[in-house]
Design a binder for this molecule. Structure first.
Ligand code: ZN
Length: 297
């Protein structure tokens, strides 16, 4: 077993590549590489289960420097490998949960799920995971423009999946990297503190995007169109209004949880075949209480 066994590379265009990491569960972790004349942007850095990501990028994509890692958000499966790069950027709203997301027993516990409990992979990653507890990061925020030299990225906040989730929009090439905010599968908004506010940001995002923009997300191989953002808009409107009578419980994948997470009532709301997981203790109905469905927050 080798540190780069879990990585695959795909060239999207000369300046835009993706490296996908997977440990067997079917979940893919996308790392996007955008090559400017003066700087390379790495958007997200996977789970940091092994230390081979930068070496792999330098071998298969580009060895240009500096390489700056910009996170869409601070979940453990997005900035586990960030310390491998020359600069690390994360929105300040994500900082409070950084220690939790870098907690090593928790990272390894989640990896157990991603690797389908494969003992060989787990033992390998226990030896090779990235020690990044002392990573220092710089703030990046809504409205920032990242100039890589010949490539510009506009930073647009889209909170809900996490409080400071950022998307990176390349207007010239008409694509946007949206992290986990807009996915056809596994769209977790269980920790959404303020869904009406998230809906405002989503409406603004939709207004800012060209109708034919191509959306790349954190875990899927296929791209999505802006239609998915409209589906999420409908979903949020339903959840806020309590149109959730037919929703089903959403299973929790991971056993290692924050105390406040164990109090959640995870439900999933479907619009078409796209599900949005949310905490019914904050929004929507509470079927076990037999009460009518109304907004409670
Ligand atoms: Zn996430």
């Amino acid at each position: 077993m080798n540190e780069i066994d879990f990585l695959k590379h795909e060239k999207i265009s000369d300046r835009f590549h993706v490296v996908r990491e997977s440990f067997g569960h079917g979940v893919v972790f996308n790392v996007y590489i955008i090559i400017g004349d003066n700087k390379v942007a790495i958007i997200d850095s996977s789970i940091g289960a092994t230390g081979g990501l930068r070496r792999y990028i330098e071998t298969h994509v580009t060895d240009k420097r500096p390489m700056a890692c910009y996170m869409t958000h601070g979940h453990l499966d997005h900035f586990g490998g960030a310390i491998l790069f020359d600069e690390v950027y994360l929105n300040h709203r994500e900082y409070p949960k950084v220690p939790w997301n870098l907690n090593v027993p928790r990272r390894l516990s989640d990896l157990d799920v991603f690797a389908d409990g494969n003992k060989e992979i787990l033992d390998f990653c226990k030896e090779h995971y990235i020690h990044n507890e002392n990573v220092s990061y710089r703030d990046v925020d809504d409205g920032d423009i990242i100039d890589l030299g010949g490539v510009r990225l506009e930073v647009i906040m889209l909170p809900g999946h996490s409080p400071g989730l950022l998307t990176y929009f390349n207007r010239a090439d008409n694509y946007v990297i949206v992290g986990d905010s807009l996915m056809k599968t596994n769209a977790g908004y269980t920790r959404c503190d303020d869904m009406p506010k998230s809906l405002e940001y989503l409406n603004r995002f939709i207004a800012m995007m060209p109708g034919n923009v191509v959306m790349y997300n954190g875990h899927e191989v296929e791209t999505c169109s802006i239609d998915l953002a409209h589906t999420f808009k409908t979903s949020m409107e339903d959840i806020i209004a309590g149109r959730t009578q037919n929703d089903l419980p959403s299973p929790a994948w991971f056993s290692y949880r924050l105390p406040e997470d164990s109090k959640m009532k995870r439900m999933v709301h479907y619009v078409g075949n796209v599900g949005m997981a949310y905490d019914a203790n904050r929004y929507g109905c509470r079927p076990e209480g037999g009460r009518s469905c109304s907004r409670e927050n």
